[in-house]
Design a protein around this ligand. Structure first.
Ligand code: 6R9
Length: 652
């Protein structure tokens, strides 16, 4: 352990610290560092105060009821999430303010003001009621990133239906499995969506999925594509969105929901076993996403906020729909891919809509690095004032690039750690207060009781690593796994008694900052030393030739595990055996000989989940010559097939 710590300390020591600029702090929503102490002193009153910024139909009687591992927040309170995200702003005279600035991949655009959004949501809510959907019913949503997707979520929330969004990139089989698990009565889909200039045929996949889903009674289909995506409509089962909207009335009273009534189920695929139905309720979740959007993104009335995630993931639920809209923000929503029609599409969108707050993922940032800084340099990004990152640990090199070439060294970068399960951001800087360090998610937010523990569940001293846990309940936490309390207990609460186990490794540095190291399964044990893939990858990415890297531990009869690196080179760089040797030596020099990869394999792409996380498990399968495990969540299955062939054929 000692060598490892020295190596990592050396790595950490060179990281720069970026103090908030006073200009930013002066206008920040949170500028008083006392907020942390206030929250610590009395977390329940603190969260109650946050919740009271929302509109409640009836105030709660009790802030928290905690029967580990089951939490209830704002017990007895009545609230409607849709009312808070839409009606409230119209009532406050902001009806003409844009809520959603939508841009389709082919370049079409729609602006929905808060009043227009309200009208559409009310109509669709009534339409669902006409289809027999009542409070508590599950509604499956399988759609492209079009305004109707946000409308569908909000309409469900309005009438108390529980939405379960299935990302539009998932297959018919994945869709069927999730529909059957939650017993959805209604499926909302579209004829298709645009992705890289191609039509994704959603309705066709939906038809295939529901050939065997006994709970589905009706299907609503949005016409997004038209003639280029011919589809069939089943008489008596399928209805067009536009027909329903035309026929339904535009006044729909929001259902007063119990604070602990479900808001949504969102499936996450574990590395093994069937997907987990993460179950979120209303009052605590909405409080969490509302307040964290306000704190971390510093949202103001005049901001134009853009989160590039898909609403099919939790980031889209919490930080495209519920969080920003609860704050009355203007949100950009984009349908397609960052390289269509050209690789500067994101920067063009920022320029066009004058985006002020931008939230994206490290996988995207590393891709942009690879494409080169001349693309963002060709667009006017002066409107930006804050940058966010989520989804994976952000390599320091990527952080610096983001800060320099996108933020022009003016914008604070907030690295936000959280999970589908946590509902909202848990560890992140408060941009007006927290000095940032490239690669660190910094500190747990006020009211969040996170810690890093060793194998025995004891907190590790500053400067050491271990498992990231959460010690006390928080408002947006998952309440259980849909229909499976036992699995909920077993997955999250059995590793350490009374601590929520995140599954992530982390280190705390001497300032108490949290450095996320990735999933604990991705930590390798080399000759008795714990090495994190993340740290080795970050060093590789620092090298000028490297765009992206994934390091895994291959079984080794002597050392236990030996590090193997899969590397994608920057555009214009040749992947030669000499470069492989150079990279090995580079890591060895930076981190110590123990970390030197035994092999470096070049690959045009790395295998990633559809939400952009590197799937190291599959790389391990390849390196150890195993049959490939489950590849159904891969964005592009051909990537591993090619890699496996090259690895086996020895073309590294
Ligand atoms: C929001 C989201 C959760 C897992 C999480 C961790 C990784 C997310 C991160 C991060 C380091 C960050 N993760 N954000 N790791 N730094 N800022 O991504 O939810 O899809 O459920 O994934 O993603 O490993 O445990 P989800």
């Amino acid at each position: 352990m000692a060598d490892q710590n020295t190596a990592i300390d050396a790595l950490l020591a060179e990281y720069r610290v970026f103090a908030p600029e006073s200009k930013f702090t002066e206008q920040a929503n949170i500028s008083d560092p006392d907020i942390y102490a206030r929250a610590r002193k009395d977390p329940e009153s603190f969260w109650a105060q946050c919740a009271s910024e929302l509109h409640w139909v009836r105030k709660w009687d009790k802030t928290l009821e905690w029967n580990p591992p089951f939490a209830k927040w704002f017990v007895g309170g009545k609230i409607n999430a849709c009312y808070n995200c839409v009606d409230r702003h119209v009532m406050a005279g902001k009806g003409d303010k844009p809520a959603i600035l939508w841009e389709g991949e082919p370049g079409d655009a729609v602006t929905l003001t808060y009043s227009q959004l309200l009208e559409q949501v009310e109509r669709f809510a009534n339409a669902m009621r006409k289809l027999g959907i009542v409070k508590g019913d599950r509604v499956a949503i399988y759609m492209p990133m079009i305004p109707e997707l946000a409308i569908a979520l909000l309409a469900c929330a309005r009438i108390g239906a529980v939405h379960s969004v299935i990302f539009g990139g998932f297959s018919a089989d994945s869709l069927r499995e999730r529909i059957n698990d939650c017993g959805a009565k209604l499926l909302i889909t579209a004829d298709g969506g645009w992705r890289r200039g191609q039509v994704i045929p959603l309705k066709a996949a939906a038809d295939e999925a529901i050939s065997n889903t006994p709970s589905i009674q009706s299907v609503v289909c949005v016409r997004r594509i038209g003639d280029m995506a011919p589809i069939s409509m089943h008489e008596g089962r399928d209805v067009w969105w536009h027909d329903l909207m035309r026929e339904s009335s535009e006044s729909c009273v929001p259902e007063p929901m119990d604070s602990e009534d479900p808001l949504f189920i969102l499936y996450t695929s574990g590395s093994t076993g069937k997907p987990k139905g993460i179950y979120h309720t209303t009052g605590g979740y909405l409080t969490g996403v509302y307040i964290t959007s306000k704190w971390v993104f510093d949202l103001k009335d005049e901001d134009i906020y853009w989160c590039t995630a898909d609403i099919g993931w939790v980031t889209g639920h919490s930080y495209i729909v519920y969080g920003p809209l609860a704050n009355g923000a203007t949100c950009v929503m984009y349908e397609g891919s960052p390289d269509t029609p050209t690789k500067d599409r994101f920067w063009k969108i920022i320029e066009k809509w004058k985006v002020t707050v931008f939230y994206t993922a490290p996988t995207a940032i590393r891709t942009f690095m690879r494409w080169g800084e001349s693309l963002p340099a060709g667009c006017n990004l002066d409107s930006l004032r804050l940058l966010g990152s989520v989804g994976e640990p952000i390599n320091p090199e990527a952080w610096i690039w983001y800060h320099k070439y996108i933020g022009k060294e003016r914008c604070p970068v907030v690295d936000t750690w959280w999970q589908t399960e946590t509902g909202h951001i848990m560890i992140a800087p408060l941009p007006g207060i927290t000095p940032t360090k490239p690669g660190a998610a910094t500190r747990p937010l006020p009211g969040i009781d996170a810690a890093v523990v060793n194998d025995n569940g004891e907190e590790v001293p500053l400067g050491s690593g271990g498992y990231l846990v959460i010690k006390s309940p928080w408002p947006g936490m998952l309440r259980t796994l849909w229909g499976d309390d036992n699995r909920y207990r077993q997955v999250y609460w059995s590793r350490f008694p009374n601590l929520y186990f995140t599954g992530d490794g982390a280190r705390v540095d001497n300032d108490g900052y949290f450095w996320l190291l990735g999933r604990v399964d991705d930590v390798m044990l080399v000759a008795g030393h714990n090495l994190s893939a993340m740290e080795m990858e970050s060093v590789l990415v620092e090298h000028d030739a490297v765009a992206e890297a994934a390091v895994i531990g291959r079984h080794d009869s002597i050392k236990g595990q030996a590090p193997v690196a899969f590397v994608t080179v920057c555009e214009g760089v040749r992947a030669t055996p000499e470069l492989a040797e150079e990279l090995k030596a580079y890591v060895g020099k930076k981190l110590g000989a123990i970390c030197k990869p035994e092999e470096v394999l070049f690959s045009a792409e790395l295998p990633k989940t559809r939400s952009g996380k590197i799937m190291r498990r599959l790389l391990r399968d390849i390196a150890e010559g195993r049959m490939l495990g489950d590849t159904t969540t891969l964005a592009d299955p051909t990537v591993v097939a090619t890699l496996k062939k090259r690895y086996t054929d020895g073309e590294g």
